[in-house]
Design a protein around this ligand. Structure first.
Ligand SMILES: *Cc1c(COP(=O)(O)O)cnc(C)c1O
Length: 414
């Protein structure tokens, strides 16, 4: 009896001691996250508890739709028309008319046959590989892919023995450790007997760089590989009408080469609520409907969110000037930040990382900027490699030049 008690105590203590040590280590290393609380809606200017109104340069509200009156009203109306909850998974009784409307809109937006919604892009990605892959398949992944892609691959390879994976250097398509090299290795590997999958972010979230989809498509075609693109930061941002990174590259419309599977989020440009989707051929979508564990066993996307997101897609397509304004703002911000003497990574996206190298410096700068009325987050190790710490400025169509000028004025005082 006494022994049992002692064992239980030791086990309990072992977690407590371990957790305390980890948390203390994070605090010591300057990596402890202090959550800031907003006391009003997401917009160009937000109210942060303890700081008051500050210009927001760290949200994914790229098109300013998170607090758009029509997007808000669509959610309110859905709440009245359909109630607060779906109270079911999709295949039992949780499929509501707004899910179909949203999914048709997402398929049209991406230029695919069909789409299926999930409660987050994380969940959407997590459904993809464990559902679609079988032993003998190989998944080839960019080293900087989003954490949920990495976890989806980990899950697939853990639950089905014989699914293989390999990783190539970020955005490196030829030469050492490139996608081309991984495909060549696969061709020579007798264990690779099934489908080859190549997966990439459309826009890399920490760099703001984009994947070279036309070259990737060409490589995939040569090896019979399926191309999966998570365009969470590209949808609503990239391409003349904001359809995504593939539109930026002209990979849309009849006869154009395209990715086989798109994943994306409703939590960034498309209203910023929550939710994600997979858009692809009917065959892929049917496999997810029939076999995808995250939707077979977890509730449907709330109808309020589905209606807000569908409205956001309508607005995106009806008002392409929002995408143009976002692009102008991003170019203006990059130019002004560079003129202020900072090292900002060039790209056509709305993510403008300012490289400051040292993690502690990035965090201190971010804190000082908030005091000056500008909300920008510093990212350091381990989110980015040691020595590459940065302030990640995210520009929105909701910003006016005056907001960007305020950002640059604050940066100049650092
Ligand atoms: C933000 C992001 C996600 C997660 O989106 P949620 O809908 O918030 O789960 C997934 N993939 C990529 C590439 C992202 O940038």
């Amino acid at each position: 009896m006494r022994l049992e008690h002692a064992l239980i105590t030791t086990r309990a203590a072992s977690f407590a001691a371990r957790a305390d040590a980890t948390l203390a280590q994070l605090a010591q290393g300057g990596q402890y996250k202090h959550l800031q609380t907003l006391e009003g809606p997401m917009d160009a200017v937000v109210r942060v508890r303890g700081y008051g109104e500050v210009a927001c340069f760290c949200s994914n509200n790229y098109l300013g739709l998170a607090n758009h009156p029509e997007v808000v009203e669509a959610g309110v109306k859905a709440l009245r028309d359909y109630g607060a909850g779906t109270a079911s998974v999709r295949f039992i009784c949780g499929t509501f008319a707004p899910h179909e409307t949203l999914e048709r809109a997402l398929a049209a937006l991406t230029g695919t046959e069909a789409a299926y919604s999930f409660v987050s892009a994380w969940t959407a990605n997590e459904a993809v590989f464990p559902t679609l892959c079988e032993p003998g398949d190989l998944i080839i992944s960019d080293e900087l892919n989003h954490a949920c892609i990495i976890d989806s691959i980990r899950l697939a390879t853990a639950i089905k023995k014989g699914i293989l994976k390999s990783v190539y250097r970020n955005n490196t398509l030829t030469g050492p450790n490139s996608l081309e090299q991984r495909l060549a290795e696969a061709a020579a590997d007798p264990k690779v007997t099934g489908q080859i999958w190549v997966v990439t972010d459309g826009v890399f979230s920490m760099e703001g760089s984009i994947a070279d989809l036309p070259t990737m498509r060409g490589l995939c075609d040569r090896h019979g590989a399926m191309l999966v693109v998570d365009d969470s930061h590209g949808t609503g941002v990239m391409g003349p009408t904001g359809r995504g990174t593939h539109e930026h590259w002209g990979m849309i419309g009849p006869g154009a080469p395209r990715a086989d599977v798109f994943t994306g989020t409703l939590g960034k440009a498309l209203g910023g609520g929550a939710g994600g989707y997979v858009a692809a051929d009917r065959r892929v979508i049917e496999m997810l409907v029939q076999r995808g564990r995250p939707t077979l066993f977890s509730n449907a996307l709330p109808v309020t969110v589905a209606c807000s997101a569908a409205k956001a897609v309508d607005i995106l397509l009806a008002e392409p000037h929002r995408v143009a304004k976002l692009r102008d703002n991003a170019a203006y911000a990059r130019k002004r930040i560079r003129e202020a003497g900072f090292d900002v990574i060039e790209s056509p996206t709305a993510i403008c990382p300012i490289i400051v190298h040292d993690t502690a410096r990035a965090i201190a700068m971010s804190k000082r900027l908030l005091e000056l009325g500008v909300f920008v987050i510093g990212f350091g190790y381990p989110v980015v490699p040691e020595g590459h710490a940065r302030l990640r400025c995210q520009v929105s169509a909701a910003h006016d030049r005056s907001h960007i000028d305020a950002l640059v004025a604050a940066l100049r005082t650092l």
